[in-house]
Design a protein around this ligand. Structure first.
Ligand SMILES: O=P(O)(O)OC[C@H]1O[C@](O)(CO)[C@@H](O)[C@@H]1O
Length: 497
């Protein structure tokens, strides 16, 4: 069944939300907190090791009811079912959007099982040192050559799971900037380096240029037959991989139903799998699958991705907020924002609806952010006292991995303090100096996760995948194509002719 094609602004719920907004736009969260003693508990979802507190938002239970009704009117449930059933919901490319099938171990497709087995064998050979370079030495460094989804997802996951990483050094090259390529290669010993060329299409200019240059450099010391021990590829385009000189045994496949920005769960995650070992990689997938089940089977009112998506729509489409900040209080998540920017903005940066008509309401949110506490000494000033309304997602782990208790206490205290300051400000205090006045009433969600593990990371990534899906459905856009990046690519090629 095709996706519903409902203009959200023509629904009853939208009309009601507009009226409701007029009543709520000047209400202060500070007053909502004073009048509702159970606000903290009522606006919260506890699920497995996740505790999501969305009480510090400019919402009431009526707002949420109207937003959940909007989701119903936009037929969100049937859209979720269509996605999980592998229907061709990416209509403009006539493809399924089925990355959830990569992590559904109970119903694993045979081709996915085969590739996972291949990844398991390969990663364990490389980690154990059984896989040798052309001079007989074990591999010590892996270089992932890819861009966009073939870089950001695995690079983010490898960084996030650094605590679980083995002895292998894993490096990422994406930019076609030759200076970056050469600086990255400079300290490497080619005899102990393995290159993973990752490109779903195997036509991407940056990736192929970088791979070709690196192969040339490799061949200065080694011979063509040595390529097999140092270059492997991940792609759907098996002919192009072969033409590049990589054999079938060294090729890991994925399928057109895996979108680039959702591909880290496939063989595109091979570098992460090598960095942390197959068992941890599998746990990452299992965590994502748990979030999939939560998303698919939980009623909207207790559903984390649905609730966060709707609250974000409330700000985007009624308060006209243009951006939202994601602020993880964990340095391990330092690459999470780069990853999210592609996932969210490549997906929902659209201005034509699913009927093919131009849209007259705001779609894709601009996502930005960085890690706390660094952000407090950088851009938080603007969020606290600037003129723009910027809803924030704070993400933190209640347990630290290295157990430095005093650091962890400080990290968490700062995270909680930011959410409190944004909400409360100096409201109710007599502040004589306007420069020191904080209005407060600035919205934030606080997501506390017990501990950073491969499983909880899988859940977190999948949560935001589902959040953007919900938003795309409600905005009546196709979230899984990216035609907008093509024109620039073509013009760059033209300039090179
Ligand atoms: O994996 P490929 O085919 O090299 O593509 C890389 C990236 O390029 C894009 O198509 C955008 O140009 C992304 O969607 C994709 O993740």
């Amino acid at each position: 069944m095709p996706l519903p094609k409902i203009n959200p602004t023509k629904t009853d719920s939208w009309e009601k939300l507009k009226l409701h907004f007029e009543q709520l736009k000047d209400v202060k969260m500070q007053d909502l907190f004073s009048s509702e003693t159970l606000r903290n508990e009522n606006f919260r979802i506890n699920w497995e090791d996740f505790d999501v507190d969305f009480s510090k938002n400019r919402i009431t239970s009526e707002t949420l009811n109207l937003l959940y009704n909007l989701a119903k009117e936009c037929e969100l449930t049937s859209a979720i079912n269509a996605q999980f059933a592998g229907e061709h919901i990416n209509e403009t490319e006539d493809r399924a959007v089925h990355h959830t099938a990569l992590r559904d171990f109970e119903n694993l497709k045979p081709e996915v099982a085969t590739t996972l087995k291949q990844m398991k064998r390969f990663s364990s050979e490389v980690i154990s040192g059984e896989w040798k370079g052309y001079t007989g030495k074990a591999i010590s460094t892996i270089v992932n050559i890819g861009i966009g989804g073939s870089d950001l997802g695995p690079a983010m996951a490898t960084e996030a799971l650094k605590f679980y990483q083995n002895h292998l050094e894993v490096i990422y090259i994406s930019n076609v900037d030759g200076d970056h390529v050469m600086e990255t290669l400079k300290p490497l010993d080619i005899e102990t380096t393995l290159f993973i060329i990752v490109s779903k299409t195997f036509t991407t200019q940056e990736t192929l240029s970088n791979a070709t240059t690196i192969r040339k450099i490799f061949l200065k010391d080694a011979s063509e037959t040595d390529i097999a021990q140092h270059f492997v590829a991940v792609s759907t385009n098996l002919d192009a991989v072969k033409a590049f000189g990589i054999s079938a045994e060294n090729t890991f496949t994925l399928w057109d139903w895996v979108g680039g920005r959702f591909s880290l769960w496939s063989a595109v995650g091979l570098s992460t799998c090598c960095a942390v070992g197959y068992d941890n990689f599998k746990e990452l997938l299992e965590g994502a699958n748990e979030m999939d089940v939560h998303f698919k089977e939980t009623p909207f009112t207790k559903n984390i991705p649905v609730t966060l998506a709707l609250i974000s729509i409330w700000y985007n489409n009624f308060f006209n907020s243009e951006t939202e900040a994601v602020l993880p209080y964990s340095q391990y998540l330092s690459k999470y924002i780069d990853y999210l920017q592609q996932a969210v903005m490549e997906s929902n940066g659209k201005s034509v609806d699913r009927n093919g008509d131009f849209i007259e309401y705001q779609t894709g949110t601009i996502v930005w952010g960085s890690t706390g506490t660094n952000v407090q000494h950088a851009f938080m000033q603007l969020i606290h006292q600037g003129t723009k309304l910027i809803p924030c997602d704070f993400i933190c782990y209640t347990e630290s991995l290295h157990k430095l208790k005093d650091h962890q206490q400080k990290l968490l205290a700062n995270c909680y303090a930011q959410t409190e300051a944004l909400m409360q400000g100096t409201y109710g205090e007599i502040v004589k100096n306007n420069f020191k006045n904080f209005d407060g009433n600035k919205p934030s969600n606080l997501m506390e996760i017990k501990k950073l593990t491969p499983k909880s990371l899988g859940k977190l990534i999948a949560l935001y995948e589902h959040k953007l899906f919900v938003q795309g459905i409600i905005w009546n856009i196709f979230s899984y194509d990216q035609w907008g990046v093509e024109l620039g690519k073509k013009l760059a090629v033209k300039r090179l002719q």
